[in-house]
Design a protein around this ligand. Structure first.
Ligand SMILES: NC(=O)c1ccc[n+]([C@@H]2O[C@H](COP(=O)([O-])OP(=O)(O)OC[C@H]3O[C@@H](n4cnc5c(N)ncnc54)[C@H](O)[C@@H]3O)[C@@H](O)[C@H]2O)c1
Ligand SMILES: [Zn+2]
Length: 353
């Protein structure tokens, strides 16, 4: 078993190995005494993994209650958050009990937000079952829901007690969602680790992901540790995301997050090179890595539409915005530009000028 330790406002471990969901009960008992545990999951994940997680927890002496939500982004809503809070209250959970988020990023976000707000925070364990959740959303403590006005507009930081990542769960993901997670992995490579990038460019084997997941989590840890609240170096994790979020929004969320980030990274790479920031042209290897992971590279929107959508993003601060630019493979920088320059920047990234 691989273990990555995170030292933030809370110290916690991320355990990574095939078959860990069966051992969740005994792993949790090492960090949290027997108590009531509320498992929050979705219908797809429940069908595949709930019985093994429940059996392990009951054997370890936990008393369980389970809430199965519909799968999909619609579960990250005010209505579902309220439903989770009421479920915790009806089952009498106290501050010494546990919420277990068993699923992908949607479940991690909504169950995490409920754990972070119920009784002003009760303990949370993340059990990510998608690649995206394993390498990104289960680590770092951001939780939240969408509002009718936009994605992720309400949330809290809620650091987990423990993250249990069973890489065998990746076997049952659809190709689409596996590719979505790969986009974030390629991003970590471009940001900080050429070898990791090259592994994605060769094409990864989903049955042999432990080392790759662990490396991605270490990179995320290094950006999050010391900047838990996203005021400085953590912003580097937004590589490809300003344009990516704009693409998601313009598509009415029919283009999923990882696919949009893939296109957004291409725009940033091209712009950074053609405007003279980069020391090497990272676009050809990026295109190759995206292709190897069955991810798209061509953006279906023009610079004017993308800039307009991006400028309504909550991550904007004042009249400027911070972009993350690739300098060379494994090294990026933060560049603050006036908002009015964004459209020109994106145009350069699309090859429009
Ligand atoms: N909190 C953060 O830091 C953070 C970071 C990145 C993304 N996110 C959020 O994460 C969400 C996306 O997460 P996601 O891509 O994991 O989506 P998801 O949770 O919707 O999961 C994708 C689909 O796969 C299914 N599924 C999950 N695990 C499975 C498995 N092992 N086998 C088969 N099917 C499985 C789900 O039921 C769902 O249909 C977005 O809402 C995004 O905003 C949060
Ligand atoms: Zn992302």
């Amino acid at each position: 078993m691989k273990t990555v330790s995170i030292d933030s406002s809370k110290q916690y471990n991320i355990h990574i190995e095939r078959g860990l969901l069966k051992k969740a009960g005994s792993l949790i008992s090492q960090v949290h005494p027997r108590c009531k545990a509320a498992i929050v999951t979705d219908d797809n994940v429940a069908r595949l993994y709930l019985s093994q997680v429940s059996a392990g927890l009951e054997n370890a002496g936990y008393s369980l209650c389970t809430l199965i939500l519909p799968h999909g982004e619609h579960s990250k809503s005010l209505g579902v958050w309220t439903k989770v809070l009421q479920f915790l209250a009806e089952n009498g959970l106290t501050k010494s009990d546990l919420v277990l988020a068993l699923g992908g990023g949607v479940i991690g976000d909504v169950a995490g937000f409920a754990a972070g707000t119920y009784l002003r925070e009760i303990p949370l364990v993340q059990l990510p079952t998608t690649l995206l959740a394993a390498i990104d959303s289960s680590v770092g403590g951001k939780t939240g829901i969408d509002l009718p006005q936009g994605k992720n507009l309400a949330g809290v930081f809620c650091q987990p007690e423990l993250v249990i990542c069973d890489t065998a769960a990746l076997d049952t993901l659809t190709d689409h969602y596996f590719a979505d997670g790969c986009a974030e992995g390629i991003k970590y490579g471009l940001l900080a680790d050429k070898e990791l990038f090259d592994a994605f460019a060769r094409g990864v084997n989903r049955r042999d992901m432990d080392d790759i997941v662990a490396r991605c989590v270490e990179i995320k840890r290094d950006f999050v540790q010391g900047d838990e609240r996203d005021m400085g170096k953590r912003q580097m994790l937004n590589l490809g995301h300003t344009v990516g979020h704009a693409i998601e929004k313009l598509s009415g969320y029919s283009i999923s997050h990882g696919h949009a980030v893939a296109m957004g990274m291409v725009v940033m790479c091209r712009a950074a090179y053609s405007l003279g920031y980069s020391r090497e042209n990272c676009t050809p290897p990026l295109l190759q890595a995206l292709d190897a992971c069955h991810l798209p590279s061509a953006c279906p929107y023009d610079a004017a539409a993308l800039a307009k959508a991006a400028l309504s993003d909550k991550k904007r601060r004042g009249d400027n915005l911070t972009l993350i630019l690739p300098l060379r493979m494994g090294e990026c920088c933060r560049e603050t530009i006036p908002m009015k320059d964004l459209e020109g920047f994106i145009a350069a990234g699309l090859g429009e000028r």
